[in-house]
Design a protein around this ligand. Sequence first.
Ligand code: C5P
Length: 228
Amino acid sequence: MTARVFCAIDTPDLDQSIQLVRNLSAVPLHFKLGLEFFTAQGLAGVEKIRAVAGDRAEIFLDLKLHDIPNTVVGAVSSALCGKPQFLTIHASGGAAMMKAAVAAAEKKTKILAVTVLTNLDDNDLSAIGQATPAADQVLRLARLAQDSGVDGIVCSPHEIKILRQNLGRNFLLVVPGIRPSGSAQGDQKRTMTPKEALDLGASYLVIGRPITAAADPLAAAKTILDMK
Ligand code: C5P
């Protein structure tokens, strides 16, 4: 398995993040920086991680933007200063917002849409006025995202098969909720191993704690990357 895994750096601490990225620089990992890191460290922090990660590593800025198109355009333009290869928005922001984000990205970053957050079940969706079952809503939003010109979506391992069938082979499916066999599930409930997810058609995997919380993160990453 080469160059298809984002390691999730989920900490607000810059020194800890730099140490982790430096420690992992011996393996072909990419890095995902989310709201926890970005809210604390901003674009300056992203630049610092990029410098340590080197040119080979791609940066995925997981900001899950969701606002009126004009505001999202401004946020995407600002995010481009951090030179991320991937940036997330929420598909539920609607077609106009997604199209505006894609245009603002100027093909300098790939826009990924988040469909339904995996912590929400049918009851949660019903409570916010979405009577559609979660699985149907995921497919509806994924189709809308594809029609709006985004490069791909973030989805759970259990949605890969149906999304591949409906969205074709070239749409990017970026998949968290990955657990190598034998590793702790943590708060992830419906997981798959890296091999299972890639065999089903995942484009990229997002793996956090199985690497970052391991006693030896580099050894854990090597084991994961050697699996396929
Ligand atoms: O530590 P773990 O492997 O569970 O980390 C998964 C990463 O993917 C975290 O950064 C988490 O926020 C993110 N994520 C997720 N489930 C989603 C979307 C993103 O776990 N549906």
